[in-house]
Design a protein around this ligand. Sequence first.
Ligand code: HEC
Ligand code: HEC
Ligand code: HEC
Ligand code: HEC
Ligand code: HEC
Length: 458
Amino acid sequence: MSARCLDSVWPLVLLVMMVGGQEVIAGGPTGDAAHGTRSYDDYERPQVCRSCHDDLFQQWSQSMMSQAFTHDWDEIEYFQLAVPHAEKDEVVAGVKHGCNGCHAPTAFLAGDTPPQRPDKNTRANESVHCDHCHTITGFEGDVPYNFNWVTKPGRVKQGPKPGLVSPHHDTVENEFLRTGDFCGTCHNEMSPYGVWVKSTHLEWKEGPYFAQGVQCQDCHMPKAPGRSAKMGEEGMIAQHLFHGAHDPGKLNGAIEMRMNPLEREIPYDAAAVIKVQLFNGKCGHKVPSGSVEDRIMWLHVTATDSQGKTWHLRVDPKGFEGEKYTIAADALAYQDMGIARDDPDFEGVQRDGVGMEEMDIGDRIFRMPYFDPQGRMTIQQWNTKSLGVDYRIGPRETKVETFTWELPDEIAEGRVTVQAALNYQRLVKPVADFLDVPEEESRIQVINTATTWFEVYE
Ligand code: HEC
Ligand code: HEC
Ligand code: HEC
Ligand code: HEC
Ligand code: HEC
């Protein structure tokens, strides 16, 4: 944490001590130690805030954070995989409580874990809610991760502005809420094996946006003129959009893509060489980020000759270590889903989903594979002991892919049109199908397309 935060944030509300160069905030237990240290009654319901903050309430209620406990895929992964796994394996036993530290923080603090299922409509369903975020005063340690926020529930609400007056509560300006570190307390996760299995904040912190002072809030909570409360002052208000991979508009064009041949005129018995440039000009972190174990983004390239015949092109391997995980193949993976399901010999499901119309063997996949203690690829981030090659696209990074294509004998003379589609899927399809996750989680979104051409001559 920067010295800047130290100077201006804490003195008002907190006691900050320096111990051996490390900050320790006297504010009660954080992370795992905070389990069961509060009650539900310590926190107000979002419906209470709604009466005055109606606009922000409606924005938040459309965001994923208001559904962090209730949304189908979360319910399935927590109750069908994580909880049964935690009961069988001591190393990961803590996740039975720990998942809730970020997904249903009030249930976690109240010690109500595992919470009842969402259909029981308990207060766990409030997920990441208003009064949770607005009573966070800071975090403990050097790096925000694994819900190490400090919570101080009560009448005082932490906010970004000084001197605001409300009939319902007191307010205090807390610069921490304007920093990416605030988000990092939940958007960095370390597995029980000590591996960074979620690192959106760390990716941002080592990238160009942090260096230029651009915070998470600047892209996910943009400021617009208006009022934050019905009876509030006009001003620039932080919109509570929190739009990410579930928002088609946010994903759209997240990566820009162009494509060109090395030569425009190619003899029929030679090879065409096509270059594709992929530029991350929109994201403050890598793409994909967050739930990287679930997500894939891939490049699918086809060529169509003057007679309308179409071929699929395979990417040229670059030869780096672990590259095979970044080229679509008909391989099996995710065998460790068998642990929770009492099926130790589970053979796994298809790794990438080849066979879909949009994906063929040889497509380039931008991803980072996660491995379980047995070295098998996993989507269970809590069961992750090591990470494979990181072949995602970093903030403002450009990756170039090459496709060398020996022209087939049957190709017709004349213009060949080359088309590229960059596809994105939040949850690899074979896993979604296997666990009966609603279709919408494995829906394919085209992030961008590009096209180019060359001429074939006799
Ligand atoms: C994930 C955490 C989080 C949740 C959930 C959340 N907020 Fe906020 N809120 C913030 C942050 C961070 C800011 C400051 C953003 C900034 O200024 O850059 C903020 C700002 C505000 C502001 C001041 C806006 C301004 O710019 O003047 C109000 C009022 C507010 N939130 C109310 C609410 C209400 C009401 C809810 C629930 C409907 C809610 N918040 C949910 C994190 C959260
Ligand atoms: C009775 C109305 C009312 C209710 C209920 C209410 N607020 Fe407010 N709140 C206000 C008003 C008024 C302001 C000041 C707005 C202004 O002056 O622009 C405010 C300001 C805020 C701010 C901004 C503080 C800052 O420093 O920027 C936050 C954060 C906030 N409220 C959170 C909450 C939360 C969380 C809840 C629910 C637990 C809640 N409010 C319930 C009326 C209310
Ligand atoms: C208390 C923990 C917590 C804090 C603090 C928090 N988040 Fe989240 N956030 C979550 C969880 C959990 C999810 C996953 C929701 C789900 O289950 O899909 C999430 C989801 C999101 C998403 C949606 C991603 C998608 O797949 O669409 C965005 C965007 C996001 N958060 C941004 C932020 C930003 C920006 C901040 C800081 C201002 C922040 N979050 C602070 C816990 C948190
Ligand atoms: C320069 C703008 C920018 C900044 C800064 C930024 N983001 Fe994002 N973020 C985006 C865009 C665009 C997307 C959509 C593309 C995607 O999902 O990968 C996104 C996606 C996300 C997602 C969904 C990722 C996924 O694959 O599920 C989360 C979560 C998120 N951001 C959180 C954060 C947090 C936390 C920070 C700060 C540590 C942050 N973002 C900083 C622009 C930004
Ligand atoms: C340190 C905080 C943290 C912990 C602990 C945590 N999560 Fe999450 N989880 C998040 C955040 C933040 C996201 C959103 C990332 C993104 O959008 O890519 C998320 C996303 C998810 C998603 C994907 C939602 C989607 O929209 O695709 C699932 C499922 C999930 N978590 C389940 C779990 C389970 C099960 C556990 C316990 C084993 C757990 N999480 C532990 C913070 C956490």
